[in-house]
Design a protein around this ligand. Structure first.
Ligand code: DX5
Ligand code: ZN
Length: 223
């Protein structure tokens, strides 16, 4: 699946860009929330999320790069989140936070920074619907993909299979047409792409091309 990141949209033409995503082959809309404390950047918050909800026809995949996420979970659910990912590094009582997300009726995700080992998810993996592997240091769009993400993807896939977890693997940061297929081969299920999509000449076509690459790989696996 492909989840274009709205962070790279043109905020002055947000409705136009959401409509473009609605009409495209994209599966989810990835919504990056940054608080200027957990990450060194501020993106946008609840009012913008609610405004996106009014127009979006695809699931909103909310990535919270914020401290104290618990106090905002209900508000993001009400603002349209279908899935909510919190950062492992921002949660002291991660199990409680994950249960809270599920009680709200959202898919529960945990994101881990590039330096955080996959093995730390061992005792929570069965409770998760989604693991977001950060393939850049969170905070900004348009950064360079960190190559060690391939190893982490393979390791996470093995952990998921060992523990019979249904969690999907999402890769976030620096995704492009070069690394998309190797990531899927390593076990990724969802690719986030911001800059690669929105800075291209024709974002709809870029989404279409990424999605058809992914579909071709999937079809070949079933042969
Ligand atoms: C980074 C964000 C990403 C970002 C991805 O902190 O979590 O979702 O928008 O953007 P690109 O694809 O431009 O790296
Ligand atoms: Zn993100």
């Amino acid at each position: 699946m492909l989840a274009p990141s709205v962070l790279s949209a043109d905020f002055a033409y947000l409705q136009r860009d959401i409509q473009m995503l609605n009409d495209s082959a994209a599966h989810w809309l990835h919504i990056d929330i940054m608080d200027g404390t957990f990450v060194p950047n501020i993106s946008f918050g609840l009012p913008v999320c609610k405004a996106i909800q009014k127009h979006a026809t695809k699931p909103m995949d909310v990535h919270l790069m914020i401290v104290n996420p618990d106090q905002y979970l209900r508000a993001f659910q009400e603002a349209g989140a279908a899935s909510i990912s919190v950062h492992y590094e921002a949660c002291t009582h991660l199990h409680r936070t994950v249960q809270f997300i599920k009680d709200l009726g959202c898919k529960a995700g945990v994101a881990i920074n590039p330096h955080t080992p996959v093995s730390l998810l061992k005792d929570i993996i069965k409770d998760l619907d989604l693991v977001c592997l950060m393939s850049v240091n969170p905070g900004f769009g348009g950064q360079k993909f960190i190559e060690n993400t391939y190893n982490k993807t393979t390791e996470l896939k093995n952990l998921i299979l060992q523990q019979n977890s249904h969690a999907l693997i999402e890769i976030d940061g620096g995704v492009n047409s070069q690394n998309a297929i190797p990531l899927l081969k390593a076990g990724a299920d969802v690719l986030v792409a911001g800059n690669f999509v929105f800075s291209s000449q024709n974002p709809t076509q870029t989404i279409q091309e990424l999605c058809s690459q992914m579909a071709t790989l999937k079809a070949s696996k079933h042969d």
